[in-house]
Design a protein around this ligand. Structure first.
Ligand code: SF4
Length: 231
């Protein structure tokens, strides 16, 4: 049975692409293929998830085949989500219990997740043209988040796309795990290795390393709040 797409909560609905967006022909064709194979999956651009009044934005890469592309919520249903949502819970940035389903009742507190590319790319590898195309929606949604002054980029593709969106030159903002950048528009970007199963299995990213990135964001937020109070 086809999934009822009206059931998905879209906190930044006005910035979302059309549910049948075909600006990237290769990705649209891949969705069509998977829809025929798995009619009960989401198989559409995956909308942002979280708090529209967020102070922290998380920029992911793209939906995973058995995660967001199946369930319709970023990072929901695959290993990357297990680590991300466990970390958000530990940091006090979510409410409810994550259970890998869109109807698990989980909500994010002060945080929103947006993917740099909203459709599933074959082999998790979007082309440069696809990343550029979907940046229109990333930019549109970032503009709808006036309170979000800190962003975490999960992986280099998300980092590069967000730097470009902010008008920065990539050479001036090299990606590095737990590296912090002040972007031309004044927002702060913190990089993290992507919380994929591959990165954790190979030891490139540990839970402690991932938590450190969020601890940095929380401490920056507290610093910004303190500055605002003394203005
Ligand atoms: S990746 Fe983005 S721009 Fe490309 S088809 Fe999907 S929603 Fe449209």
């Amino acid at each position: 049975m086809a999934m009822d797409k009206t059931l998905i909560d879209m906190p930044l609905a006005d910035g979302e692409p059309p549910i049948d967006c075909r600006l990237c022909p290769r990705l649209a064709a891949f969705r069509d293929e998977l829809r025929a194979e798995h009619p009960d999956w989401w198989n559409a651009p995956v909308p942002a998830f979280g708090d529209p009044a967020a102070w922290l934005g998380i920029v992911g890469l793209a939906p995973g085949k058995h995660g967001a592309n199946r369930t319709g919520r970023p990072f929901t249903g695959d290993y990357a989500g297990d680590l991300l949502f466990a970390t958000l819970d530990k940091m006090g940035l979510s409410r409810g219990q994550y259970d890998a389903r869109i109807d698990d009742g989980l909500t994010l507190d002060g945080v929103i997740i947006i993917n740099a590319v909203k459709c599933l790319p074959p082999q998790n590898k979007p082309t440069a043209a696809e990343i550029n195309e979907c940046r229109t929606f990333l930019s549109r949604q970032e503009a709808m988040l006036p309170r979000a002054r800190i962003f975490i980029a999960l992986g280099k593709i998300a980092h590069d796309s967000f730097v470009r969106h902010a008008g920065g030159r990539l050479a001036a903002y090299p990606f590095g795990h737990d590296r912090q950048h002040r972007l031309p528009d004044g927002r702060i970007l913190i990089d993290s290795y992507h919380c994929s199963r591959y990165n954790t299995n190979t030891g490139r990213l540990t839970a402690a390393m991932f938590e450190a990135v969020f601890e940095r964001a929380l401490s920056l937020r507290d610093g910004l709040d303190a500055t605002r109070e003394t203005d």
